[in-house]
Design a protein around this ligand. Structure first.
Ligand code: SER
Length: 584
């Protein structure tokens, strides 16, 4: 039985209810791009809200961490990983939590107690030294020499800076080495690796400081990849049963062994392909783009392709779709959305691959030219050229540069990037303004229907990441650009017209309210040029179908718009479609 199943069954036997993994792209939290820990989706319940399944919960949770993306390629770092967790929401506390962790590790996983050690919290102004946890560990058979007291840097989760539920923790370590196990536990000795973290969440941290939570919770987290490798006796996660099949496929298609100089590229491909499959296989429908989760997806796919190329794999061949299909087959039992969205994932990867494979060779040639003429640092202009013309994310240029012992002027790149964005925004805004200058009645109508089209596209194309990329209004017609990868079908165009005309006939009221930029974004208002808006903005709401930050003017209710008709749908630029429409 797999570790995941053993874990879930064990905690169900201790009165826990299994909850499904939440999406890795958070549904109701736009402050983070991805779920990075099992507890994240449970935050409201840790703060005291009642959970419908009670006070003891267990799950495996999809997590994505991108802060150490550059470390991926070593034996243990991953972008996507799964976290096992059990929770007490004001139910049991230290005694049961520690005892069950011990029982699971020693009785179910058969880890010898000699190979285990723990850390506990040494205490601070808020919470006393955790003698209680230490005593519990001792009573279970962990010797005093194997217990270390550490401070907030090690035994406070998440840390003293971040807001939200938090508290002291006790961490469990395993001696991952064939060396004789030392009597005394030294947490600085990296043969001891952390496998499980039991957090005793007692506080909420916000801008006013730390306040006790309504209830004392337990939040635990165990990484599936690391623990599986430990149980299988390998010190490279990519040699465990989780990754082995993927590495073998890469070996087959590259005709190279998982060894020496090839290891890093093979690990990056295996890791990133899992993350890409999980992210694009969710119902949120994230597509590669230049912002937020879409940008992470783009970087991951482009990095896979670059490393395929490095290993001599035919990037236009079947390899990547084979790998993705294999990942879906392995995970569909746990994440059924992957099977449902199999074709979506394959087409996301295929489309991005087609885009990038066209420019990769030329871009690499250009990079080599630039590298040859650079002594220490690749300048900002060259890095921007690689981005703008060949689609090289800055991180890719940095990776290529570091392989040649060069740095990149990343700050300079970002300055250029910003200037470039401002210029195109200014261009777009000017057009936008000119569309509205001396706004006539018909132009005002077109302006309102622009908001309806922006909302309708997300619904009809089932993709909430579609946004306005530009707009131009004349008394004759409206023009609207949006990010989307393919031509719309006749049915989709008809659905757009029907949906907008149904909103028109419902005579939805258009209302305006003023609020701070932050509140507007929090309220979910669509915003095109967020950094350019003043601190107080106008938000226009149309019935309950649209909410956008905008300067207006708009009609008062949608019946004034009469009838909406699309006259043309075409490509505007790569990844951007353009709709021209009239009101008749
Ligand atoms: N929140 C803790 C962690 O992520 C325990 O689940 O390590």
């Amino acid at each position: 039985m797999k570790l995941k199943d053993l874990y879930i069954n064990f905690f169900i036997s201790k009165g826990h209810k299994q909850i499904p993994s939440s999406p890795v792209v958070p549904e109701n939290d736009n402050t983070v791009l991805f779920n990075t820990a099992g507890m994240q989706p449970l935050t409201p319940y840790l703060k005291g809200e009642k959970h419908p399944l009670g006070t003891r919960l267990v799950d495996y949770q999809k997590c994505v961490r991108t802060n150490d993306l550059d470390e991926v390629g070593d034996a243990t770092h991953h972008t996507f990983f799964e976290m096992l967790g059990n929770w007490s929401l004001g139910d049991y506390f230290k005694k049961e939590s520690i005892a069950w962790s011990f029982e699971f590790l020693t009785d179910v996983l058969h880890i010898p107690v000699e190979k285990l050690a723990v850390t506990v919290f040494e205490g601070n102004d808020l919470v006393e030294r955790d003698e209680e946890s230490a005593e519990i560990w001792k009573s279970l058979g962990i010797s005093e020499d194997r217990i270390c007291y550490l401070g907030v840097d090690d035994n406070w989760w998440p840390n003293m800076e971040m807001f939200g539920p938090c508290g002291p923790d006790t961490e469990i370590f395993y001696f991952r080495s064939n060396d004789p196990v030392p009597e005394r536990f030294d947490p600085k000795d990296d043969r001891w690796v952390e496998i499980w973290n039991n957090v005793f969440m007692q506080y909420n941290h916000d801008e006013n400081g730390f306040a006790p939570l309504k209830q004392k919770n337990v939040d635990t987290g165990m990484g599936v990849e690391r623990t599986t490798a430990i149980l299988e006796g390998v010190d490279d996660n990519y040699l465990s049963s989780i990754f082995k099949g993927y590495i073998e496929l890469i070996e087959e298609y590259s005709n190279k062994p998982y060894d020496g100089e090839y290891k890093k590229s093979m690990r990056i491909i295996a890791d990133h392909a899992r993350a890409v499959t999980i992210i694009s296989g969710e119902d949120s429908g994230i597509k590669p783009s230049n912002t937020d989760q879409g940008y992470v997806l783009r970087r991951l796919i482009r990095r896979i392709i670059r490393h395929e190329n490095k290993l001599g794999i035919d990037i236009n061949g079947e390899f990547l779709s084979k790998l993705i299909n294999k990942i879906i087959d392995d995970y569909k039992e746990y994440y059924p959305e992957l099977e449902k969205n199999r074709e979506v994932v394959l087409s996301v990867v295929e489309t991005e691959k087609n885009k990038f494979s066209k420019t990769l060779d030329k871009g690499l040639k250009e990079f080599n030219k630039v590298a040859l003429s650079s002594t220490k640092v690749i300048d900002a202009a060259s890095a921007f050229h690689l981005y703008d013309t060949y689609g090289f994310p800055i991180e890719l240029t940095c990776e290529l540069a570091s392989e040649k012992g060069l740095d990149v002027d990343v700050d300079g790149f970002h300055e250029r990037f910003k200037k470039h964005q401002e210029l195109s925004r200014a261009g777009a805004e000017n057009k936008f303004k000119s569309g509205l200058a001396g706004t006539s009645e018909i132009e005002t109508k077109y302006h309102t229907v622009t908001h309806l089209l922006n909302a309708a596209l997300k619904i009809v194309l089932n993709d909430k990441n579609i946004h306005q990329m530009g707009s131009n209004i004349t008394p004759e017609r409206m023009r609207f650009d949006f990010n989307f990868d393919r031509k719309l079908t006749d049915e989709e165009k008809k659905s757009l017209e029907d949906l907008i005309n149904s909103w028109i006939s419902e005579d939805l009221k258009v209302t305006k309210s003023e609020m701070s930029k932050l509140d507007a974004v929090k309220s979910g208002a669509e915003a095109m040029f967020i950094e350019k808006y003043p601190e107080v903005v106008s938000v226009y709401t149309i019935g309950d179908v649209s909410k956008e930050i905008c300067t207006g003017p708009h009609v008062e209710s949608t019946s004034e718009l009469h009838h909406f008709k699309i006259v043309k749908e075409e490509a505007s630029s790569a990844g951007v479609r353009r709709i021209k429409a009239i009101l008749d």
